[in-house]
Write a new protein. Sequence first.
Length: 331
Amino acid sequence: MALLVGIDEAGYGPHLGPLVVAGAAVEFNGASVPAPDLWGAMGEWVVRRTAGAADRVVICDSKKAFVSSDRARGIVTLERAVLGFLTAASVRPRTLAEFLEQTRAGPASPAAEEAAPWDRPERLALPLQAAPQAVESAADLLARGFAAVGGRAAHLWVSAVPAAYLNRLMDGAGRNKAQALFMVAAEVLSAARGFRPRDPVFVTMDQHGGRKYYADLLAGAFPMHQVRTVEESADGSRYVLDGGAGGSGAPMHLTVCEKCEAWSLVTALASMAAKYVRELCMDEFNEYFAERVPGLKPTAGYGRDATRFLAETAAARAAAEMPLEVVLRLR
């Protein structure tokens, strides 16, 4: 058996809210996987554009799947793909808390370690906007689509890293934001490697902040594995990690390229999962402060609007004795 895994993030650029990294895995019989551009072969069941997708599941870059001007529709699109994929893998979270528990990449979630006052995931029932039958229908479409290419939904991993934890990753260690992102992504890579350690894993991952070289980072994250560089270029980088100490495991093949979500269906699915969790976390964030600042406009956490939000919530944060680094990414 072999795994095809896609990894992507959401929330790398904002000043507020979590950074979320997700990985989606599809399993195949045998020791190889098909090319990750599966849209053509799965075209009867999935589509990469939101227009005219009523009878298929949209899987594409989350920036195209989710448009903030029609947020409810965007959430439905994300839920059909993400919750549909989980349902196809026999996982049915009823709340955000269950979702995060069932998809966590490591033994302990960073969000749990750095829980903020607005983190109340057990109160957020899922699906948020999509009808339950729409999720079940999407699960059926995805199951049939993956079966058509010889695969089946295997697992989804998500790591949602709040500002306080992200600040700690960089504080005093000389790490920049891209390096911190890789540390979180490495948790997902490790989870994929450990999911079925005797089976080969083929990973497609989006570039981190334009970074083109990952050999040293991989060697640091996987000290028990030998990292072999296959290719490093402007177009993409490829690596192979051996089976680990004792050689009892199978290799992990990693391809990193720019705009990978446009080339790999599983990376696009991971992009949607990361965006979905970030949006739910921002719902919690905005609801918390709206309860304390009447008339407060919600924020997506970017640029000038983040500055506006911080100014308008300053008194509420002071009253709660809330350090700035709990809310704001300091780098």
